[in-house]
Write a protein that binds this ligand. Structure first.
Ligand code: 13P
Ligand code: SF4
Length: 329
């Protein structure tokens, strides 16, 4: 495929988020090379919805949320997975597909995943021996290994409700935990982790958008604070927000989350308008096309996900338990 055809292919999608044909022709040599290497190496590229549009629409085979991408990572037949997101998601893919080579283009962390260690979980267990431990997917493999079950923003309530214990230690997102408290009869104990992206939104931001765009539907990620969630029309995971926008008869939306989700709405629903503000995640946005190219050509040691066997076995069981509890009607 020549560069002109590649630039036009990119322009079809990226023009919806403001890219010019000149912008597209600048990245075309790199997207062409990445897509060629991907085929040669039997690799797939997964992209979280918070990645930049050149990654989502230039090279990714699948775009999604942490739950959906974990399923794809476990089911797709391929030799290699390049996971464009943060380190814990690469670890999740490796846990579910130990036979595949899993690469993360950047070794970025996440404020939630970094807020808690395996030692902290052991300490919590000692303090509350009867409680079940539910960990949000935004945790390291070592923390998952010390937990009973994992959950994502799409299934957190379902998983907590399905636990046999009445007392639940929910780690590490204190804000998601507080949001959940009003929706479950369980006795929830929290850890003080927060997402630096969603914690930045305030109820005033929502009020301001309501004043300026009275017809807009306002959607927020459940990692936001309860006083923000209280003010919005819908709260959920990135995929649940995207589904809401797609299925809604309205055409103006504010997405109280990372800016990448607004890019997805613009690119995939050109008839819908995104209004108001959003925040950038410095960890998710730490990946550039050149990092994906390096990961495919000559991966740096830290781009290759490895998990010690003793941790991997226990952490995988925590994820498998989530899939099992997810099936309970
Ligand atoms: P979801 O895509 O699962 O909603 O998670 C959002 C997030 O912040 C991931 O880092
Ligand atoms: Fe972590 Fe928040 Fe960034 Fe997601 S958006 S990777 S939770 S810091």
């Amino acid at each position: 495929m020549d560069l002109r055809i590649e630039s036009e292919r990119l322009f079809k999608r990226l023009s919806k988020v403001g890219w010019t044909i000149e912008d597209c022709s600048l990245i075309a040599p790199m997207t062409l090379e990445i897509n060629m290497l991907k085929k040669e190496q039997d690799a797939i590229i997964l992209s979280h919805s918070y990645q930049s549009p050149d990654i989502m629409y230039g090279v990714a085979d699948y775009i999604g949320d942490s739950y959906g991408l974990s399923i794809i990572a476990s089911e797709k037949k391929c030799r290699k997975i390049v996971f464009c997101s943060v380190h814990f998601m690469g670890e999740t893919a490796k846990l579910l597909s130990p036979e595949k080579e899993v690469l993360v283009p950047s070794i970025q962390g996440c404020s939630l995943a970094e807020s808690i260690t395996a030692e902290d979980v052991k300490m919590l267990r000692k303090k509350h021996p009867k409680a079940g431990v539910v960990c949000y997917v935004n945790t390291s493999a070592a923390v998952k290994a010390e937990s009973d079950v994992c959950c994502t923003s799409s299934n957190v309530i379902k998983i907590v409700e399905a636990m046999p214990q009445k007392d639940i230690i929910f780690i590490p997102d204190a804000l998601m935990g507080k949001n959940m408290m009003s929706m479950t009869s369980k006795n929830i104990m929290l850890w003080e982790g927060t997402c630096i992206v969603h914690d930045k939104f305030s109820p005033e931001t929502v009020h301001e958008v309501r004043r300026m765009y009275p017809k807009a539907k306002i959607l927020a990620h459940t990692e936001c604070a309860p006083d923000v969630i209280k003010e919005v029309d819908m709260a959920g995971s990135t995929s649940q927000m995207l589904k809401y926008v797609k299925e809604s008869a309205e055409n103006e939306f504010m997405l109280v989350t990372e800016c990448g989700l607004g890019d997805r709405v613009r690119a995939e629903n050109p008839d819908k308008k995104v209004v108001g503000t959003c925040n950038l995640c410095p960890y998710m946005k730490g990946i550039m096309l050149k990092d994906i190219l390096t990961a495919l050509k000559r991966p740096r040691k830290e781009q290759v996900i490895t998990i010690p066997e003793s941790i991997a076995k226990k952490a995988k069981a925590t994820l498998v338990r989530m899939f099992e509890l997810e099936q309970i009607k």
